[in-house]
Structures are given as C-alpha cells and as structure tokens.
Write a protein that binds this ligand. Structure first.
Ligand code: HEM
Length: 400
C-alpha cells in the first residue's frame, strides 16, 4: 500500500498529466520503441500511427492515478484491458520496460517541474498499478491454459476452409494443427492472430471476433479486407489473410478472450445490431440464442453499404425462415444499388427502430464508430437503461 504523502503527490499531479498526457505518452512510445524495438512485434502499428493507442494508454493511466487509493473501483476496466493483454501475450517482464520509459518520458516533458519527489511517487504508483495488472493477467493465463482444449501463448491452426462472404469479407475456418481439442468460448469473444507477412520486419497481431456459435471443432473468423483509403495504407494483416493465406495455410492463434459476451442467463427479448464487419460477434450471439433452446424474442438488424457488401445474408435469411415467430431480421443499406431491396435505405434511426424493436430488450451492437454513436444516442433517447446496452469497439476502446 502506498503512504499518504505519495498518494497526495500522485493525486495533485493528475491535472498536470491531463494537460500533458498525450505528449507524455507519445514521447514514451518513441523512447520505448527506440530502446526496445522488439516490442514492435506486439504493438499495432496502425493504432500507433493514428494516435489511438497513446490515447488509450494515457486515459488508463489517468484513471488509475485518480483511483490510486481505491484501485478496486477500476477493476472492471483493468479486466477488459487485461483480456487484451493476455490475448497478445503481455508478460510480467514487460511491465518494468513500460514503467522505466513512462517515467523517463514524464521527466523529459515536464522538465524541472518533475521533481524527484514526483518521480518517486509515480514510480511507486506505477509499481502498484502494474502489480494489479500482472495479478489479474496471471489468473487469465491460468484459466486459458487449464480449461479443456485450452493453451498458453500461441498455437498453430490450419485454415480448413476459406469462404468469401461478400466483396470485402472472407471467413476462415481454423482447426488446430496438432489435431487436439479447442477451448470453448462465449459468443462475442475474439481470438488473436499473429502473422509475419513476407517483407515485414515485425510480427503483427490482430483480434478477430469469432463469427459462429461455440461447440464446433473449428474457430471461424470473418475478416474485412481493409483497402487503402483517404491516405491510410491498406491493412497489413487483413490484406495478408485475404491475399496470401489459403486453405492449408497456417496461422498462430491465441486462446479466446474478451468481456463483450452474450448474457445467456436473461430471458427478456434481445435486439442485435451490426454495422459492416461488426456482424461477426452478432452472428455468433444470434446462432447461440437460436441453439440454446431459449424462447427469447430476437430481432437482428444489420446495416451495410449495399448488397455486395452484405455478408452472410443467405445464412441469416435461412435462420429467419427456420425460426419464424422467434426471430425477425432486417437489413438497412446506406446506398442500395439499382434493383436491390432492403428494409430501410440510409441509416438506422430511432423512429424506424421503434417500428421494429422492443425497448424492454437487451441491446447488443458492434460496428464502425459513427454507427455505434448513432445507435447509442438513439437507445439513450428511447430511454433504454445503461445496464441493457452492450457494445464493443474494434481496436482500442474509445468513448461514445
Ligand atoms: C492495450 C493500458 C501495460 C502492451 C492497452 C490498452 C490500454 C492499456 C488502456 C487499450 C485497450 C483496448 O484496446 O481497449 C495499459 C496500462 C499498463 C499497460 C495502464 C500498465 C500498467 C502494458 C505493457 C505492455 C502493453 C507492459 C507490453 C509491453 C499493450 C498492447 C496493447 C495494449 C500491445 C494493444 C494495443 C495496440 O496494439 O494498439 N493497454 N497497458 N501494455 N497494451 Fe497495455
């Protein structure tokens, strides 16, 4: 436990961090990658470029510092981050590297204002915060390894089938190369893929939501090809998977993770909403709901640019026919091609949502940020309480 003086120093420097937080974390990453270039094998380079990861880390450090004397209050947030850390293979020995470089960055940016007293206090506080993460992650590594079919770290999987789902989305069915069992998962969870495309200096890691119900002898991920747009380069991993990885190809995979999961203990209606490739966790949840024998009334709404971008349409249509009376599904096209039919043109909005969904339902949604913001705003305006609103971001968590 930290002494009262250290706690006071930490709390009084939080406002300073808030002003310089982004500068400090950017400086921190530059220093850390210069001193430890091997960490570029773990961090997402695209997130770095877009400044997303520095922002996420900065926010987490403020939150932790502001709660330094009651860290248990931020434990749920720690657990979300720790799930990602576990999936990426972050180890206890990585923590001192982050700590040393963070302190050096604080010194560099704050200059004389960073007195020895302040630096000592932050060193102690970082140690306490790091120990919380290391402890939570140790439990997660143990759970991942000890469950039936589970494993620690990376395991080789063979692409058993590769199926094109739309112009931009392709599914990969993955079976373990060793022929053993695979760990089960909860609908909504993701697996992490590690690849090293030819010509790339570092390995690249990406999380992909599992896109079927659990209980098969394979994992399925459905990946959107991220082409170069608006000055942003094409996605290294998605392009590699689409273009270079074929049936028989091998991928390194870490065990399922993630806290965005379907609550199967509930009996109230469920509304699932997805935008674009955000359909992956939703299809997993939908299949699970239909298979688990519950009688919950289900509405599934999918938004896509147009028909050629609409993945898994036939599958969803078939499920809707087979489960008439329990499942209703709708699709919304931003700009349908000529002759394409859809249930709504443009975007999902509250007046339309009110005609198809029930506000007493549990709502789950996933998709691009503008989609998520629009849905969240609509649900709030409709009066849906927070505890029935569940969502997940692609990439580093952001605020709606
Ligand atoms: C992701 C916080 C330590 C590597 C994240 C995220 C946060 C965070 C908030 C974003 C989670 C999200 O995607 O929603 C922290 C804090 C740490 C810490 C507060 C220390 C107490 C570490 C260490 C490493 C590490 C020691 C390894 C050297 C990563 C990586 C990601 C990540 C690779 C994924 C993001 C990306 O690749 O863009 N962390 N982290 N973190 N963290 Fe940490």
């Amino acid at each position: 436990m930290l002494d009262a003086k250290t706690i006071e120093t930490i709390k009084s420097t939080v406002p300073v961090l808030e002003v310089h937080g982004q500068t400090i974390t950017k400086q921190f990453y530059q220093m850390m990658f210069k001193n430890h270039p091997e960490l570029l094998n773990i961090f997402n380079h695209a997130n770095q470029r877009q400044g997303k990861q520095p922002a996420a880390l900065a926010n987490a450090v403020y939150a932790a510092a502001a709660h330094i004397d009651r860290l248990e209050e931020i434990l749920p947030v720690v657990k979300d981050i720790a799930q990602k850390h576990r999936a990426l293979g972050i180890m206890p020995e990585h923590y001192p590297i982050v700590g040393e470089n963070l302190l050096a960055a604080i010194k560099t940016v704050l200059g004389d204002a960073a007195t020895d007293e302040i630096i000592d206090a932050w060193a102690k506080a970082y140690g306490v915060i790091a120990d919380v993460f290391i402890g939570v992650e140790a439990e997660m590594y143990k759970d991942a390894e000890q469950q039936k079919g589970g494993w620690r770290g990376w395991r080789k999987f063979v692409v058993d089938r590769k199926v094109k789902e739309s112009d931009v989305i392709t599914s990969f069915y993955l079976k373990p190369e060793d022929g053993g069992d695979i760990a089960s998962y909860k609908p909504g969870q993701y697996i992490t893929v590690r690849v090293k495309p030819e010509g790339q200096e570092f390995t690249h890691l990406r999380h992909y939501s599992l896109s079927t119900s659990p209980g098969h002898d394979y994992y399925r991920i459905s990946v959107k090809r991220e082409d170069a747009v608006n000055g942003n380069p094409a996605g290294v991993v998605s392009t590699y998977l689409h273009e270079k990885i074929n049936e028989g190809g091998i991928l390194d995979i870490s065990a399922p993770a993630g806290n965005f999961v379907l609550d199967q203990t509930k009996e109230i209606p469920v509304v699932l909403l997805s935008g674009g490739v955000g359909l992956t966790p939703m299809v997993s949840m939908l299949e699970t709901l239909l298979e688990d024998g519950s009688n919950r009334d289900i509405v599934y709404i999918h938004a896509a640019r147009c028909g050629s971008y609409h993945a898994m349409k036939e599958h969803i249509d078939k499920l809707t026919r087979e489960h008439q009376g329990q499942l209703r599904s709708y699709h919304v096209y931003e700009s349908p091609a000529e002759g394409e039919s859809c249930d709504k043109t443009g975007y999902i909005d509250l007046p339309w949502l009110k005609t198809v969904a029930d506000p007493s339902a549990d709502f789950y949604f996933c998709g691009p940020l503008p989609f998520m913001r629009a849905i969240n705003r609509a649900l709030k305006e409709w009066g849906v309480p927070e505890e029935r609103i569940h969502f997940e971001f692609f990439g580093p968590a952001d605020s709606l």
